[in-house]
Write a protein that binds this ligand. Structure first.
Ligand SMILES: Nc1ncnc2c1ncn2[C@@H]1O[C@H](COP(=O)(O)OP(=O)(O)O)[C@@H](O)[C@H]1O
Ligand SMILES: [Mg+2]
Length: 273
């Protein structure tokens, strides 16, 4: 990969947990994870619940300090970033979470929500607040006349579009989607995925796309990393990992997908014949 945006080397997160008899014990949630994300690329992170995907995402977003390992962004070590470097990183890297309603302040209007990242950065919106809010709403397919409404006045899919618009407000280079479409109905999910793809085509940013639905991953990702018990057990281009998995865990994961893609079925039959 010629143009690496983000590079994680041996990222590790240990938590102190209460073990038997209330004794403190160390638990390694993420165990020496390494991956690169290229400019304009989508890296999907898949794996069962509890495999360490969200913890990895939180470390990459710098919402949580790693216990060990190195994080580089545009060639700069940002593992122990200072305040100024961190402020810049917080604009360059945005997160969209699974539950839009719990990540949007229910007492703030859409306009206030969308302008919050700019306010935090101390940046004036291009044009004025109202104009830029409407522009962002249009970009994500929301009615710009609804800029003074509150999150509860929107459906789940629309609320997730607000979360996506907020992520876009400061023109990020990387957007981390942590199960961002997992809670949506299938038809709404498909629309939001098409939106995410269009936004990437328009703006050229990268995604770290965490999901457990491999059909979704297949649609959106260029490369995929498979996590199990805190480790990446396999990573590579989507087609390679899905069509020709090397790791036994990846095979189990793939075997568990409902048969929705006839092409996969054909290949699987061919492979086992
Ligand atoms: N703050 C925390 N303290 C202790 N354990 C945690 C904490 N956050 C996550 N874990 C544990 O780390 C493991 C990985 O969690 P997580 O990264 O959320 O997995 P995933 O997103 O793949 O479902 C789980 O066993 C989880 O219980
Ligand atoms: Mg998670």
């Amino acid at each position: 990969m010629s143009d690496v945006l983000l590079s994680a080397r041996d990222l590790t997160k240990r938590f102190t947990v209460r073990g038997v008899y209330g004794r403190k014990a160390e638990f390694t949630a993420v165990d020496g994870v390494s991956f690169d994300v290229g400019r304009g690329e989508t890296l999907a992170v898949v794996g069962e619940s509890g495999s360490g995907k969200s913890t990895t995402a939180r470390m990459v977003a710098k919402l949580m300090e790693p216990s060990a390992g190195v994080l580089e962004f545009e060639g700069e070590d940002i593992t122990h970033a200072g305040a100024a470097q961190l402020a810049r990183y917080r604009a360059d890297v945005q997160v969209v979470f699974q539950d839009p309603f719990s990540s949007l302040n229910p007492r703030h209007t859409v306009e206030r929500i969308l302008m919050a990242p700019l306010d935090y950065q101390g940046i004036a919106p291009p044009g004025d607040r109202r104009t830029y809010t409407k522009e962002l709403m249009e970009r994500v397919g929301l009615n710009p006349d609804h800029s003074q409404r509150y999150p509860a006045q929107f459906s789940g899919g629309q609320a997730q579009r607000i979360g996506i618009a907020r992520a876009l407000a400061v023109s990020p280079k990387l957007v981390i989607c942590d199960e961002a479409v997992s809670a949506l109905d299938v038809s709404v999910q498909a629309q939001v995925i098409e939106l995410l793809l269009r936004l990437q085509r328009e703006s050229g940013f990268s995604y770290v796309f965490i999901a457990h639905d491999l059909a979704v991953v297949r649609r959106i990702a260029h490369r995929v990393a498979v996590m199990s018990k805190g480790k990446i057990v396999e990573q590579g281009p989507c087609a390679q990992v899905f069509d020709d998995p090397v790791d036994p865990y990846t095979r189990t994961l793939l075997a568990a997908i409902p048969r929705i893609n006839p092409e996969w079925d054909r290949r699987r039959r061919a492979a086992t014949a």
